[in-house]
Ligand binder design. Structure first.
Ligand SMILES: CC(C)(COP(=O)(O)OP(=O)(O)OC[C@H]1O[C@@H](n2cnc3c(N)ncnc32)[C@H](O)[C@@H]1OP(=O)(O)O)[C@@H](O)C(=O)NCCC(=O)NCCS
Length: 170
């Protein structure tokens, strides 16, 4: 696979163990994880998340790519962008993303997601890529819209998260 991925301002590379403090910055932030299935993380949560992601890098064939999004210039880790093969026979994948708050609103997620979606279609040979978000997660829905995704449905109470049933936009 042709990793790392590059875009104009970003490099998307595999995680390494020493990334944990930068990952912890967003994963422990209550506002960042508000709509997500995880968090806010303890340091132990973040370290075990990273260990699991690093162990999945060696899968053959690799089905899951959780990539550290770093600024090309400063090499600073600002978020995560993930693509996973969900159904090999039907060539279906899903994406997800999360960024440190201070880097929101500068188009970084849109840029990273475009690179990951191209990777999914071109390198992984996917035919269909989907994403879901909490109905109130306006920023995430806007990213999906900006990269050309279309809303296909509304999933009612399909996730038990943090003590409640949650809906999602598909
Ligand atoms: C979702 C998230 C990744 C977006 O990151 P980002 O780097 O700010 O995204 P971008 O800058 O590429 O685009 C965000 C878009 O949403 C818009 N937006 C953000 N908040 C908004 C709001 N409350 N109302 C309307 N539009 C909003 C921005 O204006 C921008 O659109 P524009 O370019 O047309 O102006 C970031 O908010 C985040 O990490 N959230 C927490 C984790 C999360 O929810 N992940 C997604 C799970 S499905």
């Amino acid at each position: 696979m042709n990793l790392p991925l590059e875009s104009q301002r970003l490099v998307l590379r595999d995680f390494v163990e020493s990334d944990w403090p930068a990952v912890h910055q967003y994963a422990s932030d209550r506002e960042v994880v508000r709509y997500l299935i995880f968090g806010p993380n303890t340091e132990e949560d973040t370290k075990s998340f990273l260990q699991r992601e690093i162990s999945l890098q060696g899968e053959e064939p690799r089905q899951h790519f959780a990539l550290a999004v770093t600024l090309k210039a400063q090499k600073h880790l600002i978020g995560i962008c993930r693509i996973s093969v969900k159904d090999t026979a039907n060539k279906i994948g899903s994406i997800g993303y999360c960024f440190t708050k201070e880097f929101w609103g500068q188009g970084y997620t849109t840029e990273a997601v475009k690179a990951v979606v191209s990777f999914g279609f071109q390198e992984l040979g996917l035919h269909r890529i989907f994403a879901t978000c909490h109905p109130e997660n306006i920023a995430s829905a806007r990213v999906m819209q900006k990269i050309g995704m279309q809303q296909e449905g509304y999933l009612r109470e399909h996730h038990w998260i943090k003590g409640e049933w949650r809906d999602s936009r598909l």
